[in-house]
Design a protein around this ligand. Structure first.
Ligand SMILES: C[S@@+](CC[C@H](N)C(=O)[O-])C[C@H]1O[C@@H](n2cnc3c(N)ncnc32)[C@H](O)[C@@H]1O
Length: 235
C-alpha cells in the first residue's frame, strides 16, 4: 500500500504551498524578530555548542534566512543555505546582511540529493523548523552525515507540534510527514543515532521559549559525526 503518495508529489505540493503570499507572510514574521530574539537563540545554542571562527556551516531548509541571520552575528562563519523554494531563496538573497551567504537550490531528504555537496564539505549543519516537514528524515540525516567532516556537528532546532498546528493548506500533510506532530524530543535524536550520529545534547531552548514572541516550545538537538570509520556501515 502506498500510504502517503510519492516524495515527488510531496515536493511539488511543498513548492506550490510556499507561494508568494505564504512566503511574504513568513518573511514578515522573520523581519519582526528582534535582536533580543536573536540573542536568546544564540544563548540557547551557546549552552550546547561553541562555534569557532572559520567554520563552514550549512543551513538546511534555510527559508527566508531566519537562522542564517542569527548565525551571521557570530564572526568568522562561512554560511551556505540550502533551500528548495524560489520565493524563499529570493527573500533570503534580498537581505543585505546575508549577501555573503552561498545559496543553493535543493531539497535534502532523498538519496539523489546527496550529490548537492561534496563529502565532508561542512563543519556544522544546522536546521531550524525543518525536521517536522521532512518527507524522509532518515534519508536527510544520512545525507547530512555524508556532507559533514568527521567530528562535525548537527544542530537541529524544532518545535513540539500538535496535529492542530497544521492548519489550512498544510493540514493535508500531517499524515504524510513522519515528524509533523511529534510531541517528544526523543524522535530526532533516536533517528540521528540510527544513521550513526552520536548525541551530544537534547534540551528545550529555555531562553528562546521564555521570550514573549515564542509561539511554540522549541528544542535543540546537538549531534556529532564520529571521527573513526567504524560507523562506515551506516553510509
Ligand atoms: C518552516 S520553513 C523554515 C525556514 C527557516 N529555517 C526558518 O527557521 O525560518 C521550512 C523550510 O524548509 C524548506 N524545505 C522543505 N522541505 C525541505 C527538504 N526536504 N529539504 C530542504 N529544505 C526543505 C522549505 O522550503 C522551507 O523554506
Amino acid at each position: 500500500m502506498n500510504w502517503r503518495g510519492s516524495q515527488a508529489e510531496s515536493r511539488r505540493r511543498y513548492l506550490v504551498k510556499y507561494d508568494a503570499e505564504e512566503v511574504d507572510r513568513y518573511d514578515a514574521w522573520l523581519l519582526q524578530r528582534t535582536r533580543e530574539d536573536e540573542d536568546a537563540c544564540l544563548a540557547d545554542i551557546a549552552s550546547a555548542f561553541q562555534f569557532q571562527p572559520g567554520m563552514s556551516v550549512l543551513d538546511v531548509g534555510a527559508g527566508a534566512g531566519t537562522l542564517c541571520r542569527t548565525l551571521a552575528l557570530i564572526p568568522g562563519l562561512s554560511l551556505t543555505a540550502l533551500e528548495p523554494s524560489p520565493a524563499m531563496r529570493a527573500k533570503l538573497q534580498a537581505k543585505h546582511e546575508l549577501q555573503d551567504v552561498v545559496v543553493v537550490d535543493g531539497f535534502c531528504d532523498s538519496d539523489d540529493d546527496r550529490l548537492l555537496f561534496d563529502q565532508a564539505a561542512f563543519d556544522v549543519i544546522v536546521s531550524r523548523q525543518l525536521a517536522n516537514g521532512l518527507f524522509d528524515p532518515l534519508a536527510a540525516f544520512r545525507n547530512w552525515r555524508d556532507w559533514l567532516k568527521p567530528g562535525g556537528s548537527v544542530l537541529l532546532i524544532d518545535g513540539l507540534f500538535d496535529r492542530t498546528d497544521w492548519a489550512g493548506r498544510w493540514q493535508e500533510e500531517v499524515d504524510v510527514l513522519p515528524q509533523s506532530a511529534c510531541r517528544t524530543m526523543a524522535m530526532v535524536p533516536y533517528l540521528l543515532e540510527q544513521v550513526g550520529f552520536q548525541i551530544e545534547s537534547v534540551g528545550l531552548m529555555n531562553a528562546t521559549n521564555a521570550m514573549s514572541s515564542a509561539t511554540v516550545v522549541r528544542y535543540l538537538v546537538v549531534a556529532s559525526k564520529p571521527t573513526s570509520s567504524i560507523r562506515s556501515r551506516f553510509v
